[in-house]
Design a protein around this ligand. Structure first.
Ligand code: NAI
Length: 447
């Protein structure tokens, strides 16, 4: 009999399992895949960041090489990049196996199901547990008329494992995955055309950020078709042809379908929400009292770090401690060049809530480190603060290293700091982070 069985070993599941064992619970984690780590480590965040890092090097050499006297390869090969990506994935998934062993989490290989009444089975074998945590994640949504074959019609999984750089990639969906992987192949020389059915890209980010971001990606050679809905598609001898509303067609050798992910909630006899997520209460409890759900399967945002936070909070709750996740202070990042990163509220959300707010912007072109790094894109930071109390309410950054910069405003929002608290902090010079100091000071240094 286990105290806790976690189903799924992604960032929500493995963190919950390790924390559970560390808190003294007899713990097992059921994972059907050969390696631990779930989508994030095997076919998501980690391999995509490895390819983004490698191709960003290429991008900089292509852009600045002639000034700095460094020569870029004219037709880069995918093989070494994919091999390096594979090594990183192997190292990190192996790291989870090591942590399981070290913390005495038992890894049970198989597919778990929860039958009516809440009994847990792994490949038909009953497993006794006091508490069960479902952390099964999510899967890519296909276009209804075009199933993934991972050769021509790609989800992120297929796009992370191409053998050759395609001549032309059509990206359906201008969200996180489409723009990250679209950037990878654009930098490698592919023609990349994005088809997005909304009137803007990255709809969950602040509008100014999305618009600035699109302009920079266009300068890098990615083309965008907004307000464009794909209605049909067929594979051809040379690749794929997609038809959009109005009859126009788009052809390429491959298409990446990145129109969102859906919760993976199959096989569990618990109540679901209308959108297919597992229904949970404020303590992550499902419709069955000893069964809990965390991570992508339990609701948006579908972010690895949100799942991990939920894993820790749930184990603390099951240990009798009080714990909560501050969902307003969860940063969201797109790891392109430049990156975009956001935390807190967007301007649209504050208008909807009726909160009085003030906007302050600062362009990175006025930041000395951005200049030393040859930055020449119209990057900026935008913050939203409460008009009366001066609390920081939101931060939206379009800049290189935005993923690292965002943690400072994230801390400020989590700790409920005001602009007066923040402007009193000393920032190192010269750093990109000084752009944040500028907005906290309300541009005092430059205006
Ligand atoms: P997404 O939700 O970020 O973007 C999907 C885009 O597709 C939206 O702009 C939407 O308007 C558009 N779209 C939907 N249906 C369409 C259609 N039929 N035709 C044209 N456009 C259509 O979804 P994405 O990029 O697939 O990512 C899935 C999830 O994975 C996200 O929730 C994201 O948070 C997570 N993720 C996070 C990463 C990160 O934190 N850097 C990296 C990769 C994924």
């Amino acid at each position: 009999m286990y105290d806790i069985v976690v189903i799924g070993s992604g960032p929500a599941g493995y963190v919950a399992a390790i924390k559970s064992a560390q808190m003294g619970f007899k713990t097992a984690c059921v994972e059907r895949d050969q390696t631990l780590g779930g989508t994030c480590l095997n076919v998501g965040c980690i391999p995509s960041k490895a390819l983004l890092h490698a191709t960003e090097l290429l991008y900089h050499v292509q852009k600045e090489g002639n000034i700095l006297g460094i020569t870029a390869p004219t037709s880069p090969h995918l093989t070494p990049l994919m091999e390096q990506k594979g090594k990183i994935v192997q190292k990190l998934t192996g790291g989870i196996a090591y942590l399981f062993k070290k913390n005495k989490v038992e890894h049970i290989r198989g597919t778990a199901a929860i039958k009516s009444g809440g009994s847990l089975e792994v490949d038909g074998k009953v497993l006794e547990a006091k508490y069960i945590i479902i952390a099964t994640g999510s899967e890519a949504i296909p276009l209804p008329f075009l199933p993934f074959d991972e050769k021509v019609v790609l989800s992120s999984t297929g796009a992370l494992a191409l053998k050759d750089v395609p001549k032309k990639m059509i990206v359906v969906g201008g969200g996180v995955i489409g723009l990250e992987l679209g950037s990878v192949y654009r930098r490698l020389g592919a023609e990349v055309e994005v088809v997005e059915f909304m009137d803007r890209i990255t709809p969950e980010f602040d509008l100014d950020l999305s618009m600035g971001f699109q302009k920079i990606l266009e300068k890098q050679g990615i083309t965008f078709n907004l307000n464009t809905k794909v209605v049909a598609g067929k594979k051809t001898e040379s690749g794929i042809t997609l038809e959009v509303e109005g009859g126009k067609t788009f052809s390429g050798d491959v298409c990446l379908v990145s129109i969102g992910r859906r919760p993976y909630a199959k096989g569990f006899d618990v109540e679901l929400t209308p959108k297919g997520f597992i229904k949970i209460d404020q303590n992550f409890r499902t419709s069955l009292p000893n069964i809990f759900a965390i991570g992508d399967v339990a609701g948006p945002p579908m972010l690895a770090h949100k799942g991990s936070e939920e894993g820790v909070a749930l184990i603390e709750y099951l240990s009798g401690k009080s714990s909560h996740v501050d969902y307003i202070a969860i940063p969201n990042v797109i790891y392109t060049y430049p990156e975009i990163a956001s935390v807190g509220f967007t301007e649209k959300e504050l208008i909807e809530k009726g909160t009085p707010y003030k906007v302050t912007n600062f362009p990175f072109i006025g930041n000395s480190r951005y200049q030393t790094n040859s930055g020449d894109d119209p990057c900026f930071v935008k913050i939203l603060s409460h008009k009366e109390t001066r609390h920081l309410l939101g931060a939206h950054i379009l800049a290189p290293n935005a993923s690292e910069l965002i943690i400072q405003p994230t801390t400020a929002i989590a700790q409920k700091l005001t602009l007066d608290d923040l402007k009193a902090i000393c920032f190192p010079h010269p750093t990109l982070s000084e752009a944040l100091h500028e907005v906290y000071l309300d541009k005092f240094l430059h205006y």
